[in-house]
Design a protein around this ligand. Structure first.
Ligand code: URA
Length: 241
């Protein structure tokens, strides 16, 4: 059981200011389990309460999880004084919740980006110990062959001495595109590994991260909330050692 004040719960959705919440309650527009709330300070169980504002149920889950198909040209950051960031694609109420991207994609990389305010989950997904696979679709200059597959599988050491964990490489039929699977996320890692093999990357798109797969129905720049099933899969990840 997790008791919390109604005004705090409503405010955590980012949809209303404290003052707006007071007004909503005063005008009987907030219902708890079917009854108008008398005082905004009343406490309810966040996990089981049915909160309704103006006839619409309010999602009081403690965290928000958003899947974004990142377009090229945006920074994977929460703010930047000069350049647009992925947060600029979200509506103000979500921006107010303090969402941040779980891991970074380069400015010109597209594809799956998870945005959340769940710091614990982000930590689990990014921890090298968790070995969460990230799969990328890469188009390269030249052709990817069996020697490249062996080199990545063996764990490459890059020019600057960076030791990469063994990575997966699956050449695709056209020969000049491939799937790369990483268990870590070092700076420019896919581009640097393939460049070291003499196959510079022309375009890069992330397709999946652990149990989360990019929704093909999304288009670059579009986002959606994670489904209950996707959230449950992420929670399982959080629960494992
Ligand atoms: N590897 C890269 O080189 N760039 C990315 O954006 C992600 C992985």
């Amino acid at each position: 059981m997790s008791l919390e004040r109604i005004d705090k719960l409503l405010s955590s959705t980012g949809k209303w200011s404290r003052k707006e919440i007071k007004d909503l309650v005063r005008h009987g527009r907030v219902l708890v389990d079917g009854k108008a709330v008398a005082r905004a300070e009343e406490k309810v169980d966040r996990e089981t309460v049915c909160l309704i504002v103006d006839g619409k149920p309010v999602d009081c889950s403690p965290f928000v999880y958003v899947m974004l198909d990142k377009p090229a040209g945006l920074l994977s950051a929460t703010e930047d004084s000069r350049q647009p960031t992925v947060l600029d694609l979200l509506p103000p109420e979500l921006k107010r919740r303090g969402l941040f991207p779980v891991g970074r994609l380069d400015k010109d990389t597209t594809g799956l980006l998870l945005l959340t305010d769940d710091g614990g989950l982000a930590h689990q997904m990014l921890s090298p110990k968790k070995h969460v696979d990230k799969v990328y679709f890469a188009q390269v200059e030249g052709r990817v062959g069996p020697e490249d597959v062996s080199a990545l599988a063996g764990g490459m050491v890059l020019e600057d001495g960076l030791h990469c964990l063994p990575a997966g490489l699956e050449p695709l039929e056209d020969g000049s595109s491939c799937l790369v699977t990483l268990r870590e996320g070092k700076y420019h890692q896919v581009k640097r590994m393939l460049a070291a093999r003499g196959k510079p990357v022309l375009s890069l798109r992330r397709l999946s991260m652990g149990p989360l797969t990019l929704d093909r129905g999304l288009k670059p720049g579009k986002w959606r909330f994670l489904s209950a099933q996707e959230r449950a899969e992420l929670q399982r990840l959080k629960g494992t050692q």
